[in-house]
Design a protein around this ligand. Structure first.
Ligand SMILES: Cc1cc2nc3c(=O)[nH]c(=O)nc-3n(C[C@H](O)[C@H](O)[C@H](O)COP(=O)(O)OP(=O)(O)OC[C@H]3O[C@@H](n4cnc5c(N)ncnc54)[C@H](O)[C@@H]3O)c2cc1C
Length: 328
């Protein structure tokens, strides 16, 4: 593939104009080509002349020869690294893997485990997205709080009632970010999220996407249990044996993925009691206070952002337990 960056077009441009521009940069190679937009950003530095800046990957015959011939600093040969699911283990599992939480972490984990044939069971303390939406509306309107199904808890997780910003600063050597966006598109998100510099989805779209992914997981053999709070983890000989739900029912379990987010204090107290997570040590917090950018054509102006951005990332991995917490 040939990657072309810095393709600049007026914001009103058409698809044909973009294709013409690609052909022009490649010095009208004659051969037909296909292309994929990798990035689209908006340059607003010039008030009356706003432009889109694109990076595109072009597939064409004789790429190496062509790239050499064109000899342009904004052109390079590139290879896409698609996400690869880790190879499965060799010991057969006695029971389906259990995932605690159906936020983004639990949902994606469930989707990929289901696709790989593991038939996961997803336990979620809150309600399914559609019911949860009504419960949240009732809270906003009448102040009735459901402690188990609310803005933080329920299918879709903590960010479901937000403008759903999808950009991340996490480096992506394994192609996971792209894979996540592709999965969102397959579940009904607009295609532009794959290449927009700051893509986002609102609650109205997110709810549909989450439901579609749930149905796909179920069709692939996974199972969802809503209103099912994990209240205990039972171990025998240092290995997980059972999971208790709602202080009542127990299900057998051998492998458990912890994806409870960062707001379920009771659940974290449980993990603490069970000596599962060593919380305080393993996180990284960064505050972005200043962004250096060119403002009003003055180079190197320091822009002080009144809304300081914080970033907290933590990752735990213990035998048969995996949990990740991400907060933006
Ligand atoms: C208001 C708000 C707006 C946000 N906006 C954005 C944004 O625009 N962009 C962005 O990238 N991030 C945003 N975030 C952060 C983002 O939501 C989180 O980073 C993300 O949801 C974390 O995903 P998760 O799956 O790890 O956890 P969560 O989304 O928190 O999901 C955890 C799930 O586990 C369930 N659970 C917890 N304990 C148990 C238990 N004991 N048994 C069963 N189930 C349990 C919970 O009910 C919940 O559904 C926002 C967060 C909030 C609160």
């Amino acid at each position: 593939m040939i990657r072309i960056s810095q393709l600049k077009l007026p914001i009103t441009h058409t698809k044909a104009q973009l294709e013409k521009k690609i052909a022009k940069v490649l010095k009208n190679p004659g051969n037909s080509f296909t292309y994929e937009i990798k990035k689209q950003s908006l340059d607003c530095r010039h008030k009356n002349d706003k432009i889109f800046v694109y990076t595109v990957d072009v597939t064409i015959r004789d790429e190496q020869k062509l790239a050499k011939k064109v000899n342009n600093n904004n052109i390079m040969l590139t290879k896409e690294k698609p996400y690869e699911f880790p190879s499965p283990g060799e010991t057969p599992l006695l029971h389906s893997p259990v995932i605690v939480g159906s936020g983004p972490a639990g949902l994606f984990c469930g989707w990929y485990l289901a696709k790989a044939g593991y038939c996961p069971i997803i336990l979620e303390r809150g309600e399914e997205a559609e019911k949860r939406q009504k419960t949240v509306e009732n809270f906003w309107k009448n102040g009735v709080l459901d402690p188990e199904s609310n803005v933080q808890f329920g299918e879709g997780g903590a960010g479901t009632f937000s403008d759903g910003k999808l950009n991340t600063l996490v480096k992506d050597p394994y192609g996971r970010n792209h894979e996540v966006l592709k999965r969102f598109v397959a579940a009904g998100a607009p295609e532009e999220i794959i290449y927009q510099q700051k893509p986002h989805l609102g609650t109205d779209v997110l709810v549909g996407i989450v439901e579609k992914m749930r149905h796909e997981i179920e069709e692939m053999g996974g199972k969802f249990c809503f209103r099912s709070k994990v209240t205990d983890l039972i171990f025998e000989n240092n290995a997980l044996k059972e999971i208790e739900i709602n202080n009542d029912k127990r299900i057998p379990a051998q492998v458990c993925v912890l994806a409870p987010g960062h707001s379920a204090r009771d659940t974290f107290e449980l993990f603490y009691r069970k000596n599962i997570l060593d919380l305080p040590k393993n996180f990284w917090l960064k505050q972005h206070r200043e962004t250096k950018h060119k403002q009003n054509n003055k180079p190197d102006t320091i822009h002080r952002d009144p809304l300081h951005n914080f970033k907290l990332i933590s990752l735990f991995a213990l035998p048969n337990f995996f949990a990740s917490i991400h907060a933006l």
